[in-house]
Structures are given as structure tokens and as C-alpha cells.
Design a binder for this molecule. Structure first.
Ligand SMILES: *[C@@H]1O[C@H](CO)[C@@H](O)[C@H](O)[C@H]1NC(C)=O
Ligand SMILES: *[C@@H]1O[C@H](CO)[C@@H](O)[C@H](O)[C@H]1NC(C)=O
Ligand SMILES: *[C@@H]1O[C@H](CO)[C@@H](O)[C@H](O)[C@H]1NC(C)=O
Length: 630
């Protein structure tokens, strides 16, 4: 009986055990040769299908009667998949010897021989629990089976429309319509990590599965959602050099070659309190001119550059005082306002005013966006006071002591920081670590001094997690996790109807894991929200970031370092093109997801508007920030 099997197994001691496993398996297993002649079926196969081994072995697969219940092209689909050496998995009707049809979950795996050719096919077949309830829905699973998903885009579109339909029940006002289309786009995200596809497949399969299977799949989903499997397949999207450079420049770190050139960080010694600066005594003592500039601080369209000018480059201290007091941070931390003031000044002093982008105005801007997001209804429902405090502090410190160079640059240059942090999340680790050093080294500015140890721990953990979340190598991971664990479950609950399920919504919003995802998404969106600001602000930010990248390219050339982002060369760069790529690659999907959650029509309007502005310049082949004067 083992004759056929001896073809497969090298004579190892394990082969007996493997053979026993085959014989004892409850799944029906069938092994064929490369030309699809049956070589082996196990006892489960015999009992399920009603054949004796002897009737099948040596027969070609096509000689065995097939069920007419499969879609006509299914066999062809399966064949074209496995003949290419790819595994196929899906639902398939087999015909038993007695003529009955049996629906099975089938997985066919080509076995590749040493020469690289396919030698066998192993087919593992598990009968579906035939509780006869849902032929229709299983057909859908069949349609969604792996091959379909691998092979074509039409599925995405179909699924997109399905989801739009299913959520439209919620209401018909403009804002929810808009959010529906955001949701539809989330479902068809162009940069889709494999894990997202897997989760989609499992979700679909759950719909038509009996309870125990659905529950088991729930546990599978749980694991998948909380494990680090989220890197998207980069480089498959397009060959746009701007995108490539941004991806290369922002999303890779030390894996590029080191040049041996030392890059010494501009600041070796942290700055201490800048005593020569007149310091405001408290919120009430803020000069009227500055107070006036900050009156509209709660609005999204607030002009941070006015504040930068009015405060003589200390926007972070003043805006920080105002926003922290609005959120009652001092009360929460039980710290005197004077301590908060000193702390803000120390943090601000450790931002480099010489950076054209990453100076304290950027930090103030991110703090502003963070405070704005914290006031959104959904965000408030999700987060606790301690999360809010952590978010505001994280935003304030998130780029402290930024040298105005990217992680890749620091790694290439073999900088001290890159060495210290093993080329991984170099800057973000430094921002987080330095923030706590600066805070705790001196009681005068230690805002954590009066909170209880456990609370401090929780707060510290949350702050570090958020600062590290701003690292762009993890961009798609954070966005995908947010969509899969929060947006999709919420959409599904809304689909199931109205208010009946408020408890479930609450549990999605407030589970500890999901609160972490909300906080990460919040600070990420705040950190790169420039393209969602009013046009004039957006243009100013684009100018600043381009200038910082140009300066990096200049230095790379000067020092003979690898040029990380060649398109950011001040002689040749098209700023509109770089903005378009940045928006396409990083911004659109992320803000679609964030908008679907937090409802931000004004931001999406600005984004749309700004994108059109850059497109307009690009169509006129202009490379600059603005069109030349008429
Ligand atoms: C399913 O339906 C078939 C007839 O279509 C019947 O013979 C079989 O017993 C049913 N199975 C179950 C589990 O109800
Ligand atoms: C930030 O950089 C810009 C130049 O891009 C500069 O005009 C501004 O004053 C700087 N702001 C601070 C707070 O250093
Ligand atoms: C860097 O790597 C070394 C060696 O693996 C390890 O001991 C050290 O803790 C790492 N440092 C950081 C900051 O990860």
C-alpha cells in the first residue's frame, strides 16, 4: 500500500509517523502526481467519499465524476492556480460515489521537487458542516475565495459597493453620505497589506459559518489584529520617483549602507531654562497682543504663524499654557502652573530654531491639531482623561531636539544617536527619552512630581507609545490596525441597526487595545495634518519641509553621503509633485479612515482643495510653491 507513498517520503525515521498522521487525519486527503494521476487517498477520504482506495489509485483525476453544482469555470480557475505552483483554497462540491454532492472546504497545495518542478498535488478536503441553511451565502464565500481575490480587482469594487449599501441605512444627511464614501474607500484601500485581505476573507467566511467555526475565527482575528504583520507590499504601487524617495527617505532606516562619515548632532548639551527671556507669570499675564492671537485657538483654521510671529518664536510655550489650561492638565497632574510654564519653556528651548520645519512651531501645530481632535465626539467617547493628558504631552515633546535630518540620514552618517539606538526608530526614541530626561532632571519643571506612581507609569507608557507611533516606517501598520480593529467593527455594528447595540459600540471604542490605536492614529494625523490645513498654511508648511529636505540633500552631497531623497534637490525639485505624491501615498487613506471615525468634513474639504492646488501647479509644469505673479 505504501508504494505510492514511498515516492514522497525520503526514508527518514519520521516517515512512519507522517504516514500515521495521514491515515488518522479526519480530513479527506488525496495525493496526485504532477500529471494528476491519483497516488494516494487516506481512510477519511474513503469513508467520506464512499470509494475504496483501489478504485482510485492510478486513475486520472478527470476520470472521477465531478459535481455539476460547482460554477462552470471553477475547475479551470483551480487548475490555472495550482499549475502555476500556487496553493488554492476555497469551497468546492465533490461528488460521492453514490452520486450525492458534498460541499467541502478544499486546500490544494502543489509540492515542488528538488529541480523546482511540481511533483505532486496534495488536496486536503474538509466537509462543510452541512446544516443546509445557506446555500446562497456559501456561494458568496466561494466567489470570495482566494483565487478570486488574488486574481482581480473587480472583487474590490464589488465589495466596496456592497459595503456602501450596507452602511447607508444609517441616515441620509450629507455628512454621513460623505463618511460612507470614506468607508467605501477604506474597504478598497489601494495600499492594502496582505493581512487586511486575510481579515476580509475571514470576515466573509464567518458570515456563513456555523457558530463554533465563527467563534474560532473570532479568536484567529484577535491574534491577527494584535500581531505585527502589517507591513504593506511596497514598491508595487507605482514608479513615481517622488513616492519612491519619500518611501525610501521616511520609511527605511539603518538598512542602507553606512558610510563611516561621522555626523555630529548640533546639540550635545540639552538647553536649560532660557533665563534671558521674559517669562509670563501665568495665563493671566500673557501679553494682550498674544492672548488676542490665540483667541481662535480652538478653531481648525487657527493661524499658527501669526502666533509664531507674535511670540517671537515661542509659540509652543504660549499655546501650551492656553491649551493645557483648557484641558485642566495642571489639575490632573496636581502641579502648579509655574511648573508647567517652566516645563513648556525647557521643552521649547530644546527644539532647534534653526530647522526650517522641525522647530517649535511644528510642535505647537501638532499640539493644536491634537487638542482639536480630542474635542471630537467619537474621540471623547473613546479616551479617558489620562489619555487626553498623555496625548497633549506627547504632541508637545514629540520632535524635541530634532536635528532637521531624517532617520535614514542619521543612520547613513553613523551618528551617535543612530549608534545608540541601533539604527531603529532613532529620532523617535531620542525624542521620547530626552523628553523624560528634561522633565525629571529638575523639580522646577517636573510636571509629574505630584502624581501617584502607577498613574505616572501609565502616563509615561502612553506618551512613549504615541511619540514612537510618529515614526513613518510603521505608518501603514498603524493605519491598517486602526481600520481593521475600529472602523470596520464600527461599520458592521452600524449596519446591524441603529442604537440597539450601544454597548458593543462602546466596547469597540473603549477597549484598552483600541484606545491605544486611537491615540496612535490621533497623533499621527496631527503630526502630518499640514495638507488638511487652509491653503495658505498648507503652502507655508510645504515650503518649510522642502527647505529642510533640500538642506539635507545639500549636506549629503557635501559629505559624500548617499543621497536619501534625490528628488529633494533644490535645483530640480518640483514641490507640487512632491506634495501630490505625499498626499497620494500617506495622507489620503489615513485621513479617510480618521474622518470616518472622527467626522472631519472641514479637513477633508481643505485636503481636496489643496490637492487640486498642487495638481493645478503641476499641470502648468510649475515647480514652485506658488504661481508666478501675473
Ligand atoms: C441536508 O439536506 C439533505 C437533502 O437535501 C438531507 O438528506 C440531509 O439530511 C440534510 N442534512 C442536515 C444536516 O439537515
Ligand atoms: C521655524 O522655521 C522657520 C523657517 O522655516 C522660521 O521662520 C521660524 O521662525 C522658525 N520658528 C521657530 C519657532 O523657531
Ligand atoms: C542595541 O543592540 C544591542 C545588541 O543587540 C543591545 O544590547 C542594546 O540593548 C540595543 N539598544 C537599543 C537601544 O535597542
Amino acid at each position: 500500500m505504501c508504494a505510492a507513498l514511498c515516492l514522497f517520503f525520503l526514508p527518514t525515521r519520521a516517515s512512519n509517523a507522517i504516514f500515521t498522521a495521514l491515515e488518522q487525519s479526519q480530513d479527506a486527503i488525496e495525493i496526485t502526481s504532477e500529471d494528476q494521476v491519483i497516488q494516494y487517498v487516506n481512510p477519511a477520504y474513503e469513508s467520506i467519499m464512499g470509494y475504496q482506495q483501489g478504485e482510485l489509485i492510478g486513475k486520472e483525476i478527470i476520470e472521477v465524476p465531478k459535481s455539476e453544482k460547482n460554477k462552470p469555470d471553477l475547475l479551470e480557475t483551480i487548475n490555472s492556480c495550482i499549475l502555476k505552483g500556487k496553493e488554492w483554497q476555497g469551497i468546492y462540491y465533490a461528488k460521492k460515489k453514490n452520486g450525492d454532492n458534498i460541499q467541502q472546504n478544499v486546500k490544494i497545495t502543489p509540492v515542488i521537487g528538488q529541480g523546482g518542478k511540481i511533483r505532486h498535488y496534495v488536496s486536503i478536503n474538509r466537509p462543510l458542516n452541512d446544516n443546509n441553511k445557506s446555500e446562497k451565502s456559501t456561494e458568496r464565500v466561494q466567489a470570495e475565495s482566494q483565487t478570486d481575490i488574488q486574481s482581480s480587482k473587480h472583487k474590490d469594487r464589488r465589495k466596496g459597493s456592497l459595503d456602501v449599501k450596507s452602511i447607508t441605512s444609517r441616515g441620509s444627511d450629507g455628512s454621513s453620505q460623505r463618511r460612507h464614501s470614506s468607508m467605501a474607500r477604506i474597504h478598497s484601500m489601494t495600499i492594502e497589506a496582505p493581512i487586511t485581505k486575510v481579515i476580509n476573507i475571514i470576515n466573509q467566511a464567518q458570515e456563513s459559518s456555523p457558530m463554533p467555526v465563527a467563534e474560532a475565527l473570532d479568536r484567529v482575528l484577535e491574534i491577527l489584529r494584535t500581531t505585527e504583520l502589517y507591513s504593506p507590499q511596497l514598491g508595487t504601487k507605482d514608479e513615481d520617483p517622488h513616492t519612491n524617495d519619500l518611501v525610501g527617505g521616511l520609511m527605511t532606516d539603518g538598512l542602507r549602507r553606512l558610510s563611516g562619515n561621522e555626523y555630529i548632532l548640533a546639540t550635545k548639551q540639552p538647553h536649560h531654562l532660557p533665563s534671558h527671556l521674559a517669562t509670563p507669570l501665568s495665563l493671566n499675564d500673557i501679553p494682550p497682543r498674544i492672548a488676542q492671537t490665540m483667541e481662535t485657538e480652538a478653531s481648525w483654521d487657527f493661524d499658527i504663524f501669526n502666533l509664531e510671529a507674535a511670540t517671537m518664536k515661542r509659540p509652543l510655550t504660549f499655546l501650551g499654557l492656553k491649551i493645557f489650561s483648557r484641558f485642566g492638565v495642571c489639575e490632573f497632574l496636581n502641579c502648579p502652573e509655574a511648573t508647567l510654564r517652566s516645563w513648556l519653556q525647557v521643552i521649547e528651548a530644546n527644539y532647534h530654531s534653526s530647522n526650517s520645519y522641525h522647530n517649535s512651531t511644528h510642535a505647537a501645530d501638532v499640539l493644536h491639531a491634537t487638542a482639536y481632535f480630542l474635542c471630537k465626539e467619537r474621540v471623547k467617547q473613546s479616551l479617558d482623561p489620562i489619555d487626553e493628558v498623555a496625548a497633549l504631552i506627547a504632541a508637545t515633546v514629540h520632535d524635541v531636539d530634532h536635528p532637521g535630518r531624517t532617520n535614514s540620514f542619521l543612520c547613513n552618517a553613523g551618528s551617535e544617536l543612530a549608534i545608540l539606538y541601533n539604527d531603529t526608530a532613532v529620532l523617535e526614541s531620542h525624542h521620547a527619552a530626552l523628553a523624560f530626561q528634561l522633565t525629571t532632571r529638575d523639580d522646577k519643571c517636573n510636571i509629574f512630581k505630584h502624581i501617584e506612581r502607577n498613574e505616572y507609569r501609565t502616563l509615561r507608557q502612553a506618551i512613549i507609545d504615541m511619540v514612537l507611533a510618529t515614526e513613518m516606517t510603521k505608518h501603514f501598520e498603524h493605519v491598517n490596525k486602526f481600520v481593521n480593529s475600529i472602523n470596520k467593527p464600527l461599520a458592521a455594528l452600524e449596519e446591524n441597526g441603529g442604537n440597539s447595540d450601544e454597548e458593543s459600540v462602546k466596547s469597540v471604542l473603549t477597549s484598552p487595545e483600541n484606545r491605544i490605536l486611537v491615540k496612535r492614529m490621533l497623533i499621527k494625523c496631527a503630526d502630518i495634518s499640514n495638507p488638511c490645513r487652509p491653503l495658505e498654511l498648507c503652502i507655508e508648511w510645504a515650503g518649510r519641509i522642502s527647505e529642510e529636505y533640500f538642506a539635507q540633500t545639500d549636506e549629503e552631497k557635501r559629505q559624500g553621503l548617499p543621497v536619501v531623497m534625490p528628488v529633494f534637490d533644490r535645483n530640480t525639485c518640483s514641490i507640487p509633485k512632491s506634495q501630490i505624491s505625499f498626499i497620494d501615498y500617506f495622507i489620503t487613506d489615513m485621513f479617510d479612515a480618521w474622518d470616518a471615525f472622527a467626522d472631519l468634513p472641514n479637513l477633508m474639504q481643505h485636503l481636496d482643495n489643496n490637492f487640486k492646488y498642487w495638481k493645478g501647479l503641476d499641470e502648468r509644469k510649475l515647480h514652485s510653491l506658488r504661481p508666478p505673479p501675473e
